[in-house]
Design a protein around this ligand. Structure first.
Ligand code: SAM
Length: 211
């Protein structure tokens, strides 16, 4: 009973926050599938990553807000591969892969579909959180490192990488690695990312370590 009470309280708080959130309202108004779309809008408005990208991968893509933006802002002949454990409604130019990103056969299917190195790899992938900050951080770092291992094999020379991280300690070493592998790499906290949230993004441009 006690757990149920807490659950319904946290659901009520979540619903209340959603209803007051200006990005939720704006996403609804602009027809975006998620408020997360605004995070990529801010990243792209600042760093201009999408316009010239013809071959793009979206990791952890459901319900499709980032894929929607990638589809809108890329050229007509762009090819976008999006993967998630959850399915979402189809989008123009977006080929959906349904399953675990960490599964080697799903990664191979994406590589086969692209048929060439990627210009841009974005990852908004996140584990379901447990409410224990350090555990959530470590689980997130495991996923983001897996996204980066894939990126190391698939990104073209000069390509760009964006990924969500939960701060908690290991993100600094990860950024240092990106600084070595790219011309430029930095943390970026979009306004659409709640200020109290440990979430932050890494943006890395100009891949130098192409295999
Ligand atoms: C924050 S949501 C992404 C939101 C998305 N960028 C948007 O704008 O709609 C994170 C996603 O990561 C996915 N995810 C978590 N672990 C995954 C895994 N191992 N393989 C594929 N997707 C995963 C979840 O299913 C979830 O949909």
């Amino acid at each position: 009973m006690h757990i149920t009470g807490n659950k319904s309280l946290s659901s009520r708080l979540w619903l209340d926050r959603q209803m007051r959130d200006p990005f939720v309202k704006q996403a609804h108004k602009d027809g975006y599938r998620s408020r997360a779309a605004f995070k990529l809008i801010e990243i792209d408005d600042k760093f201009h990553l999408i316009k010239n990208a013809k071959c793009i991968v979206d990791i952890g893509a459901a319900p499709g807000g980032w894929s929607q933006l990638l589809s809108q802002r890329s050229s007509d002949d762009a090819r976008i591969a999006a993967i998630d454990l959850l399915q979402f409604s189809p989008l123009d130019k977006v080929k959906q892969f349904f399953g675990d990103f960490e599964d080697e056969k799903n990664q191979q299917a994406i590589i086969k579909y692209l048929g060439q190195k990627a210009d841009l790899i974005v990852s908004d992938i996140a584990p379901s959180t447990m409410g224990h900050a350090q555990t959530d951080h470590l689980r997130m770092m495991r996923l983001v490192r897996s996204a980066y291992t894939f990126t190391e094999n698939v990104l073209r020379e000069g390509g760009c990488f964006v990924a969500k991280i939960f701060q908690g300690g290991q993100e600094k070493a990860f950024l240092e690695q990106l600084k070595k592998d790219f011309d430029k790499a930095m943390f970026f906290k979009p306004k659409a990312s709640r200020s109290l949230s440990v979430e932050i993004y890494v943006v890395a441009m100009g891949y130098k370590k192409c295999k």
